[in-house]
Design a protein around this ligand. Sequence first.
Ligand code: NAI
Ligand code: CS2
Length: 488
Amino acid sequence: MSQVLQLPASEMEKHEIGIVHLGLGAFHRAHQAVYLERYRQRSGDGEWGVCSANLRSSVGLVDGLSAAGHRYHVAEYADSERITLREIGVIEETLFSGRDGAGNWSRDREALLARMASADTRIVTLTVTEKGYFLNPASGELIADDPMIIGDITSPQQPRTAPGLLVEALARRREAGIAPFTVLSCDNMPDNGKRTRQAVVQLAEHRDAELASWIATEVAFPSSMVDRIVPAMTDTDYERLAVLGVTDPNAVVCEAFTQWVVEDNFPQGRPSWEAEGVEMVADVAPFETMKLRMLNGSHSLLAYLGALAGIDTVFEGVNHVELRTLLRRYMLEEAAPTLDMPTGIDLESYADSLLARFANDSLRHRLQQIAMDGSQKLPQRWLTGTLERANAGQTSPCVALGMAAWIRYTAGEDLLGNSYSVDDPLAARFASLHQAHGSDSTALVAAFLAIDDVVSSALAKDTAFTQAVLAAYQKLTQDGLREALAAL
Ligand code: NAI
Ligand code: CS2
């Protein structure tokens, strides 16, 4: 019999919107909103309600939450027997500023900009995925020739991207003499605060040098490390919630574990959310790098190798003995040695805790979801650390095998011949490389390692690495997963 702890949302008489969030996806609903709901319940402070907006998918969620009075449920599974079921009420408004069915971008954009420009809004948070910043993943520079960014340069008052909305809202505040909001990225990127600043300042430079320099000096962009596994919902998840008496199309399920480490730089104030476990620190970088290389790096390794072998979920992948062994080896031998952690952090225990989290039997975290957007993820998860190791004369065979699996994965067909779609901003480029080089593995691997948006030129020149990727690719494609793993 499951133990279910039910926690209703707070009922506040007076509440205001102090935070605007861009990227109303699963993660925001199960992470930031939960911290804010807990904060509101404990403190009785109603100032930090959230207006949450989508700039891309999905309008259905925006409207669904609105129809539900902005109440929804988060089911936190410690395991299949211990569940905390929270009702969340801290999201007060939902908006959609993306393209409507007729292809127009008009819907709630003005309402969103007005909300961002309002003096009541003191923080703007983001979970727009790595690609939503329009930064070159390897160099961190704004992709100024992206059609969406070109649109925001030519029509800055009708922005379509997250950086464009931030620039326009900040310009309106500056014009009105209102202090800027703090911008808090909650995406899985290294130095996510600095990267967000880079995107916003570089975009503003195309518009007005003075505005750009005002943003660079006046706006705070603290970095943060976020962690909670929140898979996309499946039919099974909705069915399990129905058994618990919850019929809620806007619900999300996640693990019980949650972590948020935030750089304490909020000139316009912030919720005092420390009591909810938010760790306020001077420097997030060591935690962010640890999480990206150990957790996310293992996730990506499992995603490409597992998906090629027809494995569906993280749970199934981590129960595959050889894959589990590979993950532990990758974490301890290739990721951990690149980390410089404050004293007291035990990376071996961290690795074991991650494997235990991956083995949570109540989450259906699909490997195909993690495999998405590899071009945006692999530099920070694998390749920066691999270059550091290469510079110190060390090899990284697990990453080399991972790169081989990623290249093979982008062909859109697993080792058993099942096809799937490759979801990545560079998908068309990948397809043309596979088409051009067909079964010539040497040319194909060389072409992928020459994609300098993903692989830095320094790593691409490291012959020990490129040869290891090629050997792993040939083993994987000719002999299969078990043999490729055994060859390590
Ligand atoms: P999701 O698929 O539920 O939502 C994605 C969100 O990103 C949507 O709001 C979508 O509209 C927005 N988006 C996508 N591309 C965009 C673009 N080009 N411009 C503007 N908005 C865009 O995904 P989920 O689970 O909410 O994850 C979102 C991000 O949160 C991840 O990419 C990651 O950086 C971060 N995160 C997610 C975790 C998870 O386990 N789901 C855990 C830790 C961080
Ligand atoms: C995953 C992450 O989708 C992915 O690429 O690696 O979203 C992962 O679930 C989270 O970072 C966990 O905090």
